[in-house]
Design a protein around this ligand. Sequence first.
Ligand code: BT5
Length: 272
Amino acid sequence: MKRHGDQNLTFDLISKDKIKMDLKTQIIADQIYAFWSIRSTNEFAYRLARQGEPEGTLVIAEEQTGGKGRLDRKWESLFGKGLWFSIILRPPVVAARAGLFPFLAGVSIAEAVENKLELQPQVKWPNDLMINGKKFCGILSEAEFSRGKVEFIILGIGINVNHTIEDFSEDIRDQAVSLQMALQRPADRLPLLVEALNRIEANYLLMQRKGFGAIIRRWKKRCQNWGKPIKLVQGTTTLEGIFEGLAEDGSLLLRLDDGHIKKILAGDIYQK
Ligand code: BT5
């Protein structure tokens, strides 16, 4: 155990060997790159994948100095407080299915949190995991394609574990939460990470055997907006309607007031 800085936080540094000890996977995290500090685990994993790195490789860091969200947004990734990691996948699927992998990741992380801690996370389209209406996990999936097929996917996952409210910048204090804040006690990062990797592999294999149906059904059960009125924000445009469901590629189906169904590829949704 080490003490870090003046934060009075006791934690175990995540290392390759410790991850391997309890892991039950065949594919996921067979190869591990663990860093103290890196700009972005997604960026590093993307570079590795381009150089031919095999499926399953895990890149994890204690801190990201340039953690990325969607649409060039920033992901706060403070040293030792969370789990910041990326996984390389090479699924044998057509390009149109790439958008479903954030759902696979979201369900897996929700299941891991539920299995290891007494919390029941909700999901929010397209890629957020929430507790009590606040975000504790974000997912950034980046893909490369070749001839209509997925060449590789980088599944980037950020989980706020042991943050106190002051650890978040003022910009996000009203919308972010950590597992420690929800539990009112610190949470062990390592068992949670190992369970997350185990769940990702189990769901990945399930998807390969049976398609995405079962994953999406599990996602739906955790989605509070499904069938409800929502506000959808895309840049400077706002739309309102009913969250009708998901299209086959993971797009949101929004039923507008005039009854038309609009397919939404990207955006942020809010409960009305
Ligand atoms: C996401 O983007 O939620 C995707 C986040 C993915 C992060 C992982 S960490 C490992 C891997 N390597 C990377 O570089 N990235 C991935 P988005 O839906 O665009 O949400 C970003 C927005 O969430 C920001 O604009 C802030 O408002 C808010 N935010 C930033 N940091 C946060 C945090 N730690 N917790 C909660 N909200 C945060």
